[in-house]
Design a binder for this molecule. Sequence first.
Ligand SMILES: C[S@@+](CC[C@H](N)C(=O)[O-])C[C@H]1O[C@@H](n2cnc3c(N)ncnc32)[C@H](O)[C@@H]1O
Length: 239
Amino acid sequence: MTDRDTEPTSPAIDPQSVDPDVAARRLAHESLEKDDPTAWFERLYSAAEDGQAVVPWDRGGAHPLLSDWVQTAEPDGTGKQALVVGAGTGWDAELVADLGYETTAFDISPTAIETAKRAHPNTKATYQTADLLNPPTDWHRAFDLVVEIYTVQALPIALQAEATKRVGEFVRVGGSLLVIAAARADDEPDSAVEGPPWPLTRAGIDAFAIGDLRLIQLDRSPSPNDPALYRWRAEYLRD
Ligand SMILES: C[S@@+](CC[C@H](N)C(=O)[O-])C[C@H]1O[C@@H](n2cnc3c(N)ncnc32)[C@H](O)[C@@H]1O
């Protein structure tokens, strides 16, 4: 993983004058050009730490579709274990931990993990650096609830099948997976998507359902920020 000592953040980022999405995309494209498609996350969080960037997806609270699912499903995490994938600054992990789950939250960016720990000093969750594409082996089928929000779509399409498979493998028998992702039409070709993000097609949502992991609920709803954009919320159960 690239760190800020070996790869300094771009001095051109001015958080006051640059759209955070544009600045993040610029970092992403620099990483992609170097064939290192995940290096930009650490560069972005690190620049944000230094006041040189804004993390565009940091909502300062749990994702509304996760909050809504919690209100409806009322899951009781007592005595259960949860994993939050690509946890960023930790808002979703905090909600999950407050449900009683023994919660592990991971991200590939060490600075994101440090930022999450600092933002939630009284957290009940355990935050750690890990790579979804090379996760700890003891996470295999180890969790009652796995929450994946906007991580697979943040990876280039060529990596999404592997990332999708890895996410599903964390779910234990009897456990659930909740996926929230930007949606794209099945007939929109991969070549037409200029990510990040690379939103998921319906086929991409179905791809989480490998073997005995079944899709049990799927919603597609417009984004409150831009009604032309849609998000998936998919729930899976491993029998
Ligand atoms: C678009 S952000 C979403 C963050 C958070 N889930 C949210 O919804 O606010 C994608 C996150 O996935 C993390 N990430 C990207 N690739 C990863 C990987 N291979 N393993 C673990 N985390 C990864 C990034 O560092 C970033 O925090």
